[in-house]
Every structure is written in structure tokens, then in C-alpha cells.
Design a protein around this ligand. Structure first.
Ligand code: GLC
Length: 422
């Protein structure tokens, strides 16, 4: 048995034209069932095409928790834990020196990938990640419920709250006791920084820190946006929203228990699964404006494939990245996990469009999405984001109000900045 396995591996290696010494490559994988199915597909393909072995490793799901783990692993230059992993769009500057240089091996892909997503991976002129999925915040709503009550998709956050309350109260009175108006990401983690940026920017309150590194958060519009969000908790949003990440929000919405949900585009496909109680009843729209003179603000998200600079097998890891960024793999990632592709060609793929008719609309949302201040705040971004999500959390949980929170946050950010962001 063992000999047979060895012989098979040797044969694969020969067929693949590699040396007979097969490598083991470790790929960061996703915990969801769709994610597991995707990783199994990648494993089968990588092992067949290269004669190497693929092992999968799982990390925590929350972006900020993952980042601190990677920082620990990389601080000790440990190449044994992971070779290929997911980089959040806000980490490129932070992880730069720990990331293998992909420029020479992957520059041919540039014309095929969304330019903005590609550019975000170029750090000091070198390509450090290959765009895996593009993301921007969107609003989901129940088409059947809005229709039942003769309501249109709301233009402003104020409209949203009114409609959410009206439908929630009427439905509850009619016996649909579990229904909520709105679910979103209210837990104190990176996701809340994304939601809070959307509220603040929607009310023209800026982006906490502007593109030049100036701290702008202490203004009445930002304070108002946070107060408005706090007014939802316990009225149109359950108290439990203070513990929700993306997946908790999706679970409630997908179960039919919310009228509106703020989430990323991935959730659409999952809500349309055959087993989903809301299949055929879900609409997607831009996040509402903060009042008539406000704007539709979506936070820019997205993930990239990166190779650890401490990988013992960079060339084999590059082969894995080639597979991951292929049309076939991105299509699978979309079909299994709802991930919006970074290859522009897939936005006219008939199978993809049939599954998600709204994906082409998403292209405009991606183009106008607002970045978190990760570039101007440099290495301080994780601390900056933490200060932002803690401030937003304190307002949502009524420990303080918007005005006090933005003043305190300004103080914290000033201390983090010192003379200049480093
Ligand atoms: C999504 C976004 C990512 C963001 C995260 C926050 O995964 O793509 O950029 O940091 O959500 O939870």
C-alpha cells in the first residue's frame, strides 16, 4: 500500500515534470461547509497537477484576530505553519516584509484583474498579493415583506428605520414574533469598524482619519451617525446584535427573521440556497444615505492570496496560487461561498450571472467603495481600527453617546499618531 502510494506520487511528479521530491504545502482554509468543499477541490487539483501534497490549516474567522496570529507566526519567521494564506485588504502595508514578492511570477495577470484590487497589492512597487475576492458593504432586504406593506427600498437610513419598525411591529402583532427590523455587525471587531465607517461617511462625517493622515472624527455629523445606529439597538435590531459578526447576521436573516441586513455580497448566494427559507425573497441595494444630502457609503473590503516569505517551498506555493486565481477556481469560490471574483472575465460568465443577477450591479459599488484609513495610519492601523470599533461599540451599547465618543476617539487617535503616523 505504502509502496504503491509512493510510486503513484513519483509518477505524478514525473508527469508534472517536477523533481521527485514532493513538497507539502499548507493552505489556509475556510471553516464553512462551502469553504471546505472549495479547499477539497483545490487540494485534488494541486496534488494531481503538481505531484505535491496539500494540507489545510484553519485560522480564526475574524479578520483582526487572524492578523494578530499571523503577526506572531511571522515575528518568529516560522515557515512551518502556513505557506499560502488570505490577506485582508487592510493588511498589505503591515505584513509587507513577511510576504513573498510575486511580481516576476504573476505580472501577466494584471490585465485580467480589477485594476483597483490589483493596485492595492502593489507595495513599494512590488506585487505582494493576488486579489482573491472583492468586497463592499451592501444592504439586503426582504422583497416579499416590502411588497406586502407597499414599501420601496429605502433611500435614507431614516427611511430604513421607519420601514423596519413598521414591518417588524405589524408582523409581530400578527404572530411572527421572531422578526427583527435590521441586523448588522455590532460586535467589537474589525467588522464593526466597517459598518461604523459606512454610517459616518453616509452622514458626510468623513472617514475617521483622512487620506492625508489628519484625524477628522471629532465632528457633529460623525457623532450623529453613531447616535442613529445606537437608536436601532433594542428597537429595530435585537440586543444580541452587539455580538453579531457577518455570519450571525446572515443566520438570522436567512432564517427569515429580519427585514433588512447589512452584509457583504457573499451572503446573497447563500440566501438563495435550495434549503434557504428566504430563497427568491431577497433584494440587494446600496446602503442608504445619511439623510437627503448624505451619500450611499459602502466600505471597501476584499481578500488576497499571499505567500509567506518564510515558506520553504515558494515555487510550489506559487503553483498553488496559480490554481487559486484561475477562472475555474474563482468560479468555484463564487458558487460554493458566494465570493465576488476579481477576474473581470467572470462578470460576463453566463453561469455566474444566472446564479447572481445582481453581481454586475455590484461592480459600480466596488468602484465607489470607501477605504478604511489603513494606508494613512500605516503600522498603527490595527490599533486605530480597534479604537474605532470600541468607540462605536460603546455608543451602540449606550455606555456613552456619539458626541462624547467622537471626542474620546479623537484623543485616542492623537495619542496613537504622536507626531506622525509610522
Ligand atoms: C470582509 C471584508 C474584509 C473585512 C471583514 C471584516 O471579510 O472583505 O475586508 O475586514 O469583512 O469583518
Amino acid at each position: 500500500m505504502k509502496i504503491k502510494a509512493l510510486a503513484t506520487a513519483a509518477l505524478f511528479a514525473l508527469l508534472a515534470g517536477t523533481s521527485s521530491e514532493a513538497a507539502t504545502i499548507k493552505l489556509e482554509c475556510f471553516a464553512s461547509s462551502g469553504g471546505k468543499a472549495f479547499c477539497n477541490y483545490v487540494k485534488e487539483r494541486f496534488e494531481r497537477e503538481t505531484g505535491n501534497t496539500l494540507e489545510t490549516v484553519e485560522f480564526p474567522t475574524s479578520s483582526d484576530e487572524r492578523l494578530s496570529l499571523f503577526q506572531q507566526i511571522f515575528a518568529s519567521k516560522d515557515g512551518s505553519v502556513v505557506d499560502v494564506f488570505n490577506i485582508d485588504i487592510v493588511w498589505l502595508g503591515l505584513l509587507d516584509k513577511h510576504l513573498a514578492d510575486l511580481t516576476d511570477n504573476f505580472k501577466d495577470l494584471e490585465p485580467k484583474i480589477f485594476p483597483a484590487a490589483w493596485q492595492n497589492n502593489v507595495v513599494n512597487g512590488r506585487l505582494k498579493g493576488i486579489p482573491e475576492l472583492v468586497d463592499a458593504g451592501v444592504m439586503y432586504y426582504r422583497t416579499d415583506l416590502l411588497e406586502k406593506y407597499g414599501e420601496k427600498p429605502p433611500a435614507t437610513w431614516g427611511d430604513m428605520a421607519r420601514i423596519a419598525k413598521r414591518i417588524q411591529d405589524s408582523e409581530r402583532a400578527a404572530g411572527n414574533t421572531k422578526i427583527n427590523g435590521l441586523v448588522f455587525q455590532g460586535k467589537a471587531y474589525e467588522g464593526l469598524t466597517c459598518d461604523a465607517l459606512e454610517w459616518v461617511a453616509a452622514y458626510n462625517g468623513g472617514t475617521f482619519v483622512d487620506a492625508d493622515g489628519k484625524i477628522t472624527v471629532n465632528n457633529p455629523k460623525a457623532a450623529k451617525a453613531l447616535d442613529v445606529a445606537a437608536s436601532w439597538v433594542g428597537t429595530i435590531s435585537p440586543q444580541g446584535v452587539l455580538g453579531y459578526t457577518e455570519e450571525e447576521a446572515r443566520a438570522v436573516f436567512q432564517n427569515g427573521d429580519a427585514v433588512f441586513m447589512r452584509n457583504w455580497p457573499y451572503a446573497y448566494l447563500l440566501t438563495q440556497d435550495d434549503t434557504s427559507p428566504v430563497k427568491g425573497k431577497v433584494g440587494i441595494m446600496p446602503l442608504p444615505k445619511g439623510g437627503e444630502d448624505g451619500q450611499n457609503a459602502a466600505t471597501l473590503g476584499g481578500w488576497q492570496w499571499g505567500v509567506s516569505n518564510y515558506s520553504q517551498n515558494k515555487n510550489e506555493a506559487f503553483k498553488l496560487v496559480r490554481i487559486l486565481v484561475s477562472e475555474e477556481a474563482q468560479k468555484k469560490a463564487f458558487m460554493l461561498m458566494g465570493q465576488s471574483p476579481t477576474l473581470m472575465s467572470l462578470y460576463s460568465d453566463p453561469e455566474i450571472l444566472a446564479k447572481s443577477p445582481t453581481l454586475t450591479q455590484m461592480k459600480t459599488v466596488f468602484d465607489s467603495a470607501i477605504a478604511r484609513p489603513s494606508t494613512p495610519t500605516k503600522r498603527q492601523f490595527p490599533a486605530v481600527s480597534k479604537a474605532i470599533f470600541n468607540a462605536a461599540y460603546d455608543v451602540l451599547s449606550k455606555r456613552t453617546d456619539g458626541t462624547q465618543a467622537v471626542a474620546d476617539l479623537e484623543g485616542k487617535l492623537k495619542r496613537l499618531k504622536g507626531a506622525e503616523w509610522k
